[in-house]
Design a protein around this ligand. Structure first.
Ligand SMILES: C[S@@+](CC[C@H](N)C(=O)[O-])C[C@H]1O[C@@H](n2cnc3c(N)ncnc32)[C@H](O)[C@@H]1O
Ligand code: SF4
Length: 388
């Protein structure tokens, strides 16, 4: 490999992301790389073959490194049969050195839930389930285009709690027509199910979605802020600590995989449209796979799944690091900045001082973390680290 301009003293921990791109139906707010399943069977076998060919071609980039977490995301991975997931995990284990306590998460949608399916995923080696509930209000579920109702969501979460030692529940707030009282009800129902981990996202209207074309009426910003305050308060009372902008967890149940992203760790991303970030002694590289599932399968099976690959320029590394690290309540260790970007601390001294003067961060000799105000105005804070 060509020499690069950075000096990384050590490589960060490595995770694996696996993207499964199909859903029963496309939700009107969703801009993830997800595709409505057309009639007929999913091409499970061919897709898993493509994932493995993709991984085989990428192995030389991660030679000798162990994998600390795997996240099987989508799309709706729970549309895949437990047999296909079992084969996938078995083949991953055959090719990779997994850490003994490797976290293996699978995203599941209550609309694909049937009795014993979750247990079968557990038996296949998945040890953490992430259930996409979004809301427990049938009207809101309908306006979000979800294929499940509240009763199915509750049944799915109860089954997840029985089958898995740890699980996550995804909720969204500031939904079309949602009142503060309705948010209280969603929260109360979610917390009654005692999830060890909860992710709560502010519904955003993403470009190129149905909602961008036909915008629904959503709560005003000040109402949404008040909703977030209630979420933070009610989750804390239930023993869930907010450790990242949108993530709340009981002690010992933080998501290792997402923490690794936020700490600017490495991840290999395989599957349609998957993104990856890999570090080497003198450079940090980003990769993107072909996005369209059929095109991806064709190319991956021919040993060329990567559609784009580029080295992150030195000047962009501080912003890329901060985009992740400042989402965490605990922020980052200064030492970690240098270790993960290969840059000296002087590269961020000026914007750090500006952020401190504006009251957006706090710091001591070892760490920097966002203040409460910094978390509320996160994009302003992150923006200070953009290259000149
Ligand atoms: C990749 S999705 C996959 C989960 C699964 N397919 C599902 O929808 O149940 C992960 C999570 O992102 C959140 N999400 C997706 N689109 C969003 C949007 N426009 N605004 C806020 N959160 C969003 C949802 O909570 C969703 O569960
Ligand atoms: S089920 Fe999840 S991934 Fe699929 S379209 Fe809906 S939000 Fe997007």
């Amino acid at each position: 490999m060509r020499p690069g301009t950075l000096q990384l003293s050590a490589l960060p921990p490595l995770s694996l992301y696996v993207h499964l791109p199909w859903c029963l139906k496309k939700c009107p707010y969703c801009d993830f790389n997800s595709h409505e399943r057309s009639s007929g069977e999913l091409p499970e076998r061919r897709y898993v073959d493509a994932l493995l060919a993709d991984l085989d071609a990428a192995l030389p980039l991660i030679w000798g490194r162990s994998i600390h977490s795997i996240f099987i995301g989508g799309g709706t991975p729970s549309l895949f049969s437990p047999q296909a997931i079992d084969r996938l995990i078995g083949e991953l284990r055959a090719r990779l050195r997994l850490a003994p306590d490797c976290e293996i998460t699978l995203e599941a949608n209550p609309g694909t839930f049937e009795k014993d399916r979750f247990r079968a995923f557990r038996a296949a080696g998945v040890n953490r389930l992430s259930v996409g509930v979004q809301s427990f209000n049938d009207e809101h579920l309908h306006s979000l285009g979800r294929v499940h109702d509240s009763a199915q969501a509750i049944a799915a979460v109860l089954e997840a709690a029985e089958a898995f030692e740890t699980f996550n529940l995804d909720l969204m707030y500031a939904l079309p027509g949602q009142t503060p009282q309705q948010l209280e009800e969603d929260l109360a129902q979610a917390l009654a199910l005692a999830p060890p981990h909860l992710s709560v996202y502010h519904l955003t209207i993403e470009p190129n979605t149905y909602f961008a074309k036909f915008p629904p009426r959503i709560p005003e910003d000040d109402v949404a802020y008040a909703m977030l305050d209630r979420i933070t308060q009610a989750t804390a009372e239930a023993g869930l600590e907010r450790y990242e902008v949108s993530a709340y967890a009981k002690a010992g149940h933080r998501c290792w995989h997402n923490l690794n992203y936020w700490q600017f760790g490495d991840y290999l991303g395989i599957g349609a449209g998957a993104h990856g970030k890999l570090s080497f002694a003198h450079r940090v590289v980003r990769q993107v796979r072909y996005r369209e599932p059929r095109l991806y399968m064709e190319n991956a099976l021919a040993g060329r799944a990567v559609a784009q690959e580029q080295e992150v320029p030195r000047s962009e590394l501080p912003f890329e690091f901060m985009l992740n690290a400042l989402r965490l309540k605990a922020g980052f260790e200064l030492r970690q900045f240098s270790e993960r970007t290969g840059l000296p601390l002087t590269a961020i001294e000026k914007p750090l001082q500006q952020a401190q003067d504006k009251g957006l961060i706090e710091r001591d000799l070892q760490r920097v973390w966002p203040s409460e105000r910094g978390l509320d105005f996160l994009s302003d804070l992150q923006g200070l680290f953009l290259p000149d």
